[in-house]
Design a protein around this ligand. Sequence first.
Ligand code: GLC
Ligand code: GLC
Length: 668
Amino acid sequence: MIGTNNNGFASHQADQPISDLSFEGQLTLERLLPRLETVWQSADVSASVREEFESRLLQQWDKLFRLLHELYGNRYDFFYHLEQILLTAATAWAERPECLREVDRHRVIEPNWFESEQVVGGALYVDLFSENLGRLREHIGYFKQLGLTYLHLMPLFAVRPGNSDGGYAISNYRSVDPRLGTIEDLRLLADDLRAAGITLVLDFVFNHTSDEHLWAKKAQSGDREYQQFYNIFPDREMPDRYEATLREIFPTVRRGNFTWHDGMAKWVWTTFNNFQWDLNYHNPAVFRAMLEEMFFIASTGVDMLRLDAVAFIWKQLGTNCENLPQAHTLIQAFNVLARIATPGLLFKSEAIVHPDDVVKYIGEDECQISYNPTLMALLWESLATRQTRLLSQSLSHRHQLPENTAWVNYLRCHDDVGWTFDDKDASQVGINAYDHRRFLNHFYTGQFEGSFARGIPFQENVATGDMRIAGTLASLAGLELAIENESEHEIEMAIRRILLLHSISLSIGGIPLLYLGEEWGMLNDYDFVKDPAKAGDTRWVHRPRMKWEFLEELDDQMTSGGTSLRLRIFRSLQRLITVRKMLPALAGQKMELISTGNPHLLSFVRSHDGHRLTILANFSETPQSVSGNKLRTAGYGRFFEDALAGSTFATSSDLILEPYQVLWLNRV
Ligand code: GLC
Ligand code: GLC
């Protein structure tokens, strides 16, 4: 134990069993705290608001000091940067709107609020959905009608003109893209969403800025301080040495990871597009600068930040520069600072990498929630193969997460589908991973004989034959082809596949996240090739502009009892969401697989707080059966009622699932 004197500081007796680093940390804090005085005075905050900050700072200080010391402790100017970082944090709290401080106070008491079965998410591009932020505010009723309580808006900050990678090349984190509105519009939207009980999620694009960001401009003009913000090299020597161990993420943009800049006559590290300059986090000034941007974004009323491209933020010669230990240290440092200055703010990890690496970003002290790319990919894998063995194998040891964290389960997002499952999981169930990925790519690009899918390749690497898949949920699930074939049967199967996937995502444990448009069965839109800023990136095929006439048509039909495909999908999904929210067993993450012996079924039990729900899903287009005995032992009962369709089942006989049917079984 560290002894404390009446200021809350460690007392410096030599006999205290305290490690050197903790001691140095305490000493540093004593020296730094008085320097925060200027912040409190200029912001004119009350004593109690200030004390809240100081008490959290004291509580978190040891952790923060260790993390920053690990990253930057060997810098001669470490103390200077620490001071800047603390000033930044104190300013963020001092200037935080009181309504957000209120949210902070609640969330600290209830750190697992997002694990509730009431939480359902949606994601959209503001321009494609409603043109601008002002008009988005008019559609909050639509989100409520669907049952959404979490809204992720794709990047909406000022970007470079032309191709901006869908907003991921940010030129200014403090101003909204003028086509979408202003920061004030964002604040108003955040207020309205908060009032409607909807959490707002925005991206924190912190791995790179656009080449038009002020920092990049300064670097381009020869400013050495800002050249150190990026990874800039005078010749090929270092790039070639790094390149020896790097992957290529966007191989159709350019080969390798570096881009020549004519003006500077230097090479710049660009993992993604040429105009997305990777930041150099070896420089603590970069950390502090991005921290300021993070707090600014949080101050607009954002509840969660989606940490973009987390895997790439730390570079080290001789490694693949992905998922390095320091990437975790960095995110943890951002996290502690959020705990101190904006304690209600949560992080969502976007690590679309090997499942062993995905999970390393998840933790209360790192990212509380994370995309679940393995589940996403394996649900598609199961649809293609009509078998759930790889999915079950993976879920059996990968679904459980630490306390107060959650998966974000999704079927499609704005990005591609990549087959990021584990090769060992595959070989355990007799699957050759390399061949299987080739098969899946063939299947989802519609080249495999009999495939129902209409995807297109994304980032096809001619050298390795590797590719990922673009396409909307409905097009990948067969609806596009079925409509083209004018086949009632195929349409029926496609709709069932769509609902099957949603029903798993809504029940398996975690936050379900829709990509808006899915609710009415949005198909691929091939017109993106007509826009020169989009033509080179096939992901635009699944990011069409919202067709409001469809929604009006939906509205008309709802009142007239219509039966269009869109209405059917909308209604069915809406119903799934409503039922989810009535089932407390669906809160939390606890999930146990049931082995039914039927390779076409995915079966599991969800339990929470004494509630229990048994879920059976048929991934094939033929009827499948489960033994009543199995259901009785797994579900703890003899009679069950399907919460979705209302039918009842007795376990005295076998239970038959229709093609692609899903049952959410409650004991009765
Ligand atoms: C993330 C985004 C993706 C973007 C990339 C670079 O992976 O999801 O859309 O291209 O980061 O910012
Ligand atoms: C980035 C890309 C995404 C890709 C992933 C893994 O997140 O945006 O397309 O799948 O990296 O390579």
